[in-house]
Design a protein. Structure first.
Length: 350
């Protein structure tokens, strides 16, 4: 279905625009690795899909985020054409549309205009796993667990969301998720560096870089000196914890870089859980009244031994485990509709 939407509505506009377009179809997981072969001659990346496709592309390109090509790759503009069931980034980048086809066309036309906004990325790393990169954030808790089961109650029509949350309350109640959170506060945003237009390097230089990237081992991260006094520790008991970027409500004029950590109270009644669950389906980053909100540039989430369940990272499911979450501020430049950029600047001015 996504491929049909792209070929009927977006592809004709891209080809008619005069762009030299190379399409990489991710028919199976990991096929986005083909992008690495094209990066040297790429001026623009367009991701056509949903949240899962965005995350897959980020994972396949993650070594570029921490390699010698980081500066080059970070400046390549990225366009997003929303085709998936969940396309969270489209709320940030484009105005609302009356239907999906119009939304796809508007997104494609906006890409041709080339206006960009810098978006944050979260680097989420377990003890042994490779880092996972996220544009939206991480969720862990009862609302997320109930949300992934909504589709099982499809036969109930508009009541399926309430049903999933209602049957979730049959488990042990109140539902508490306990952990230790260690975090660092916001960091001051450095001044913007002037952009320098660089000419494309000669073929032999590009070939050497590609071979060097292919054969070299991933560079070791240089540990930054962080005094122990800067870290704060908090024991938490919550019905749901979320760690989110500010990409959903972007402030282009802010002077500090941070991610938002929302720790929701674990004293929620069953009726309130069902009604709030419906609200969080439309706005997963909602931080209800009575929650503890923390701004951090880096955090470590320590889970008790034997903790089960799953994280939701950009709407993709991962096994729950102790993780380190680090903010990579303004790491990628996504193309947005000029009208949305004006709205962001106007809202920030007010």
């Amino acid at each position: 279905k996504a491929r049909t939407l792209f070929e009927k509505n977006a592809a004709p506009i891209l080809h008619l625009s005069g762009l030299d377009v190379t399409v990489v179809k991710t028919d199976y997981e990991g096929q986005a690795k083909k992008l690495l072969e094209l990066m040297e001659s790429t001026d623009l990346i367009i991701i056509a899909g949903g949240d899962g496709t965005v995350q897959e592309v980020l994972q396949e390109l993650s070594n570029l985020l921490s390699s010698c090509m980081q500066a080059t790759f970070s400046k390549i503009p990225i366009g997003f054409i929303p085709l998936g069931k969940t396309s969270t980034l489209s709320h940030t980048l484009y105005p609302e549309s009356t239907n999906q086809v119009q939304h796809i066309i508007n997104a494609t036309l906006a890409i041709l205009k080339g206006e960009t906004v810098p978006l944050d990325v979260l680097q989420i790393k377990g003890e042994k796993e490779q880092p996972v990169f996220a544009m939206t954030g991480l969720r862990w808790g009862s609302y997320r667990d109930a949300a992934v089961k909504v589709s099982k109650y499809w036969y109930l029509g508009p009541l399926k969301t309430k049903a999933a949350h209602f049957f979730s309350t049959f488990k042990e109640w109140p539902q508490k998720h306990q952990a230790a959170l260690i975090y660092l506060g916001p960091t001051e945003r450095p001044p913007e560096e002037p952009e320098e237009k660089q000419s494309r390097p000669p073929f032999h230089v590009r070939l050497y870089r590609r071979l060097a990237l292919y054969w070299s081992s991933p560079p070791k991260e240089i540990p930054q000196e962080e005094t122990q006094d800067n870290w704060e520790e908090l024991k938490i008991s919550t019905i749901e914890l979320s760690i989110a970027t500010q990409n959903r409500q972007l402030d282009l004029t802010r002077t500090e870089d941070f991610m938002n950590i929302c720790i929701e109270a674990d004293t929620v009644g069953k009726g309130q859980f069902v009604s709030r669950g419906s609200q969080k389906m439309s706005d997963p980053q909602m931080c209800p009244e009575g929650s503890q909100c923390i701004q951090a540039s880096k955090c470590i989430l320590q889970l008790p031994e034997g903790t089960g369940g799953s994280f939701g990272i950009d709407n993709e499911e991962y096994e729950a485990m102790p993780v380190e979450v680090k903010l990579l501020p303004r790491k990628l430049h996504f193309i947005c509709d000029p009208r949305r950029r004006e709205q962001m600047l106007h809202a920030a001015a007010q």
